[in-house]
Design a protein around this ligand. Sequence first.
Ligand code: PMP
Length: 396
Amino acid sequence: MIYLDNSATTPVDPEVLDAMLPYLKEEYGNPSSRYYTLAVNAHNAVEKAREQVAALINAKPKEIIFTGGASESNNFIIKGVADYKKHYEESGNHIITSTVEHKSVLQTCKFLNGDVFWNKSEKSVANQFLKKKSTTKKIDRGYEVTFLPVNKYAQVEKDSFKNAIKDNTILASFMWGNNEIGSLNDIEGLCSIAKEKGILFHSDATQVLGKIDIDVKKLPVDFLSMSAHKIYGPKGVGSAFVRQNGLSDFKMTSLIHGGLQENGYRAGTSAVHNIVGFGKACEIAKKDMNKYIKKISKLEIETKKMLTEKYPGIEFLGDPEHHIPGVIGMLIPEITNDIFIKNIADKVAISSGSACGIGEPSYVIKEIGIQNKSSSFTRLTLSKLSTIQDIKAGSF
Ligand code: PMP
C-alpha cells in the first residue's frame, strides 16, 4: 500500500512502538497509585513524556495536559474556558472562531451557540421539535459565537477578527494549519490582536506540530491542541497546552470530572503506554524535524510537477507561500474524486478531505467559494517515509 493520507494519520514510528511496549507488558502500574515500584515507574514515565511534549513547543512541563487526542483538547479548552468565564468569573460569553475549523472546534462552538444535532438521541429530540414547530431547535446555553468567513486560502483576515471583537468576547479559536488545503493562518498576527484586546487565544495546532517551529515562549498563545497520531505516535492520545504564567495560573472548568489526574483537569487513569509513545514521538520530531521537513518539501515540489504534467488543468489550493509542508489539496477537473479514490484504493491511500467529515462534501471547499468544484477535490499528504518512487508508482 502506498500511503499518502498522512494528514488523516501517520504510521507509528518503530522507535515509538519500542518505547511503548514495556508499559503494555511488565510496567503495568497505575501512575496515580503510591509508593510501590510499578506505580512510581509509571508515574515517572508519564512525567518524562510531559517533558518531551513540552520541549517540542518550548513550554513548561506543567503546561501540558494529556488528553485523548486533539478533538478532546479542542472540546476541553473551548468548553472549559467558556464555562469558567461565564459561570465563575462572569466576565463574558462571546467566542470567535472561523467557518473552516476542524469539526471538533466547529461542533463544540455550535453546541455552545445552542444548536442541537450531534448524536442520535439529540437528533431525535430535534426532529420531534421540528415536526411540532417547523423551526430549528436552539437551546439557550448562554453563549454567543461568531463564525468568521475566510479568504480564498481558508485563512482568517486580521481586520475581520478585529471587527468581530466585542466587550463580552472571552476567547478566539483559530486553527494554525488547515487539514484539507494546508494553508497556515497568521497565528502571530491574530494572537497579537487578541492580546491587545485582552481576550484569550486558542489555536488547534494538530496539523502543524512537528512540521513547523512552535515556540510558546515567543508566541503568547494561551492554549494549543495537539495529537500524537499525526506525528508518528499512537492514536487516542494528545495534549492541551494551557499557559501557566505564575501570576494568574489559568482557570478553566474540567471536561472530565472525577479523580485528580492531570491536576484535576482530566480525570481517569492515564493511558501510560500512549502517553509514553506521544512523548517519544515529540522527542523524535524535535531532533529530526528540520531534516525530514526539507525532504518532504522537496518531494512536494516534485509531486506537484508530476501531477501537473499528467493533469494540465490541475489547480493546487491553499496559500502557496504559507502552508504545511507535504499537504497537497488540489482540484483535478479530469476526475470525480470518490470514483478516482475508490479505483486506486487497493494500491494507494489518498482522500477527498478530512477523515472526520467522511461522507460529506468538504465544507472547506464550500467556504473558499468553489463548492461547484468539490467533486474534483482530492488531498494527498506526504510523510517523512514517503518517497518519489511511491509517487511515481501511485498511477494518479
Ligand atoms: N484538529 C485537526 C486540524 C485535525 O486535523 C484533527 C484530525 N483529523 C483533529 C483536530 C482531531 O484529532 P484527533 O484525531 O486526535 O481527535
